[in-house]
Design a protein. Structure first.
Length: 401
């Protein structure tokens, strides 16, 4: 790995997501605490360093935002009602306790019938086309997480079309770490959820907005903003990540037909296989923190107040943690720890929901189209600096079993 790779390091986006792994290896081996001059931020790429930084919220704070740009909190302008992802313990801990009751594995499992019916209906549409090529991202992998997020937030069926439009606009802007850039969609979404919050206070349902409406009542002047901020976080963070796992995961399975066959023959292996697919795909390739003090590491000093990108996508392929075959798919691998959903206080709240979607999607896809084909060479990667996902992926059902 030559020096010019490091001199030319820049945020990845679109086509440059196709194969960032050589760059990651170079960073791990030659510059594990790397300074990016343009933007004046740092990058951690080894598993042990990223794991520890994600755990140590006292040293690596989320309060100034999760991108590598500065002034993020001021730009959002929510003041004390900052979204949960921009809170550190103990404030983060208390807020997470309030909202996590809706995301327990048991509660998540309760939506399985609706999710499975949605997936089957979408795959029926694919099957109706015979052997014709379709974009599986557009047909299933993008609409599925939007459906699930809408379900959790209690968006009525009649409003789903508008919600899906806002979601698409916000996710596209969030790809660059600035979801608020979708100004019109953000304004409409906030207005919609303001009305929905009032409706749920009068007529509560079994959804997150209803639950939060009873926690943050009129006695808390910041209550409505906190609820709206959480809804916005779910929209911005709960969509493209699952799309990334499913689209890249299908690419891996298509490239390893023998391992795919084991899942077709024994679908009971799918839940554990998701962990390995998640490790290799790592939809959220990195998020930033801000150092609260000087940190000495690998012969360098990360200065206090500087942003540092925790490069999960590199860490999850680190041979120091996963062995010499770290870059290879092994569905029998049982990694002791990994960073597909982050780690520590900010471990993904929606992890159980994402696993449920992935499990059902793979169960139904492999049962219906056990020999499916995808053309990853013609697949297009979405723009954005933090989530690696296919924006489109040509798919053919393949011959029947």
């Amino acid at each position: 790995m030559t020096a010019e790779v490091f001199q030319g390091y820049a945020p990845l986006s679109g086509e440059s997501w196709r194969d960032p792994f050589g760059l990651y290896a170079g960073l791990r081996d030659h510059d594990p605490l790397h300074h990016v001059e343009r933007g004046d931020y740092w990058v951690l790429s080894r598993f042990a360093d990223v794991w520890e930084a994600a755990r140590d919220t006292g040293t690596f704070s989320s309060a100034e935002g999760l991108t590598f740009t500065y002034g993020e909190r001021e730009r959002i302008g929510l003041g004390e009602a900052a979204p949960m992802v921009m809170l550190d313990p103990p404030e983060h801990t208390e807020f997470r306790k309030l909202v996590s009751r809706g995301f327990t594995p048991r509660r998540v499992t309760s939506i399985e019938p609706e999710v499975r019916a949605f997936v089957r209906e979408r795959l029926d549409r694919v099957a109706d086309g015979g052997t014709a090529e379709v974009d599986i991202v557009a047909e299933l992998f993008k609409p599925l997480p939007s459906f699930v997020v809408a379900h959790y937030l209690g968006v009525p069926e009649a409003d789903r079309a508008r919600f899906d439009h806002w979601t698409e606009e916000i996710v596209a802007s969030n790809a660059y770490g600035d979801a608020l850039a979708a100004g019109q969609a953000v304004a409409e979404l906030f207005g919609y959820f303001s009305e929905l919050l009032e409706r749920r206070r009068a007529e509560p349902g079994d959804d997150v907005i209803s639950a939060l409406s009873t926690v943050f009542d009129d006695s808390d002047p910041l209550g409505p903003l906190r609820v709206l901020g959480f809804a916005f976080t779910m929209v911005a963070g709960g969509n493209d990540t699952t799309t990334g796992l499913l689209s890249s995961g299908c690419g891996l399975l298509a490239a390893h037909p023998d391992q795919r066959r084991t899942l077709v023959d024994d679908p009971g292996l799918i839940p554990d296989a998701i962990d390995e697919l998640l490790r290799l795909t790592t939809p959220v390739q990195g998020l930033a923190r801000t150092a609260t003090r000087d940190v000495e590491l690998h012969g360098k000093v990360l200065p206090a107040g500087r942003k540092v990108l925790l490069l999960y996508g590199s860490a999850n392929r680190d041979p120091r943690e996963f062995g010499d075959d770290a870059a290879e798919l092994d569905l029998t691998r049982r990694a002791r720890r990994a960073l597909g959903f982050g780690h520590g206080a900010h471990h993904c709240l929606g992890a159980s929901a994402a696993r449920l979607q992935a499990r059902i999607a793979l169960e139904e896809l492999l049962a219906r189209f056990p020999h499916f084909e995808v053309d990853t060479d013609r697949g297009e990667f979405a723009p954005g600096h933090f989530v690696r996902r296919f924006q489109s992926l040509p798919f053919r059902p393949g011959p029947s079993a």
